[in-house]
Design a protein around this ligand. Sequence first.
Ligand code: RIB
Length: 306
Amino acid sequence: MKQQIVVIGSSNTDLIVKAPRIPKPGETILGGRFIQAAGGKGANQAVAAARAGGQVSLIARIGEDAFGAEALSGFQADGIDTAWIRKDAVHASGIALIVVDGQGQNSIAVAPGANEHLSPEEVIAAAEAIDQASIMVLQLEIPMPSIETATRLAADRGVPVLLNPAPAQALPAALLEQVSILTPNETEVESLTGIPVSDEASARRGAHALRDRGVDTVIITLGPRGVYCLSSSLEGLVTGFSVQAVDTTAAGDTFNGALAVALAEDVDLSEALRFAQAAAALSVTMEGAQPSAPLRKTIERFLADD
Ligand code: RIB
């Protein structure tokens, strides 16, 4: 049976320009193609989880506009339960302006719009979805009081919380204590702990600093170098897969969505990391956020061919 995964977070439409490089402040450069694709960290993680084999409910807020309608039909096409997605009659759907350079690296600015108005009351109204979940997945593109409410509801029900602390911001101590799995990247570790992460030794220090604050499992994503994992059963660098990157947008989101599925299926942590790393590696070989999230059969074929 498919495991229930509840994702609470943002939905954006990504307006993407491919360019030879990221422009400097004050600079205009001529780019290449323009691409419009469904994005938003919450929605990307929900879509990645659904394609990786989870039964996903998404709690989100979209505008009553064409971008929101397009996002919603995409979620439905991926079999996501959209009963808890609210349409905001006042605020527009979230938008992200993204430049992707020749190496697949990106620079992103988000106008949150309706995402900024996803309230704690909306989260409470969706408690039924949380009741049924094997795992809750959160990120930081919605208001902090809603994230704190969601975490409390999950803790009350014994539902483990996977928090992807992106984009980087400070987190309340009580919130971190209720997080089961934290998945920061290098920048987010530095913003949470003050420890700059540049190699395995500094990743280890950052992971221990976060575990000391009450998180059960810390998984620091290190891009092509893999992840640094610290849990009660596993510690160390877990290398990933080497692929030719076309667009790294949402690689972290795909990792988190696939990781949630594997953990909900109760597979061993090192196997769950391998599954999530394979999904993320596949995602960087394709353009766009949600368009690049792989199906489970593609992830399994990739792992079998490795
Ligand atoms: O993580 C990538 C996502 O960040 C993009 O899809 C964009 O919408 C922003 O939320």
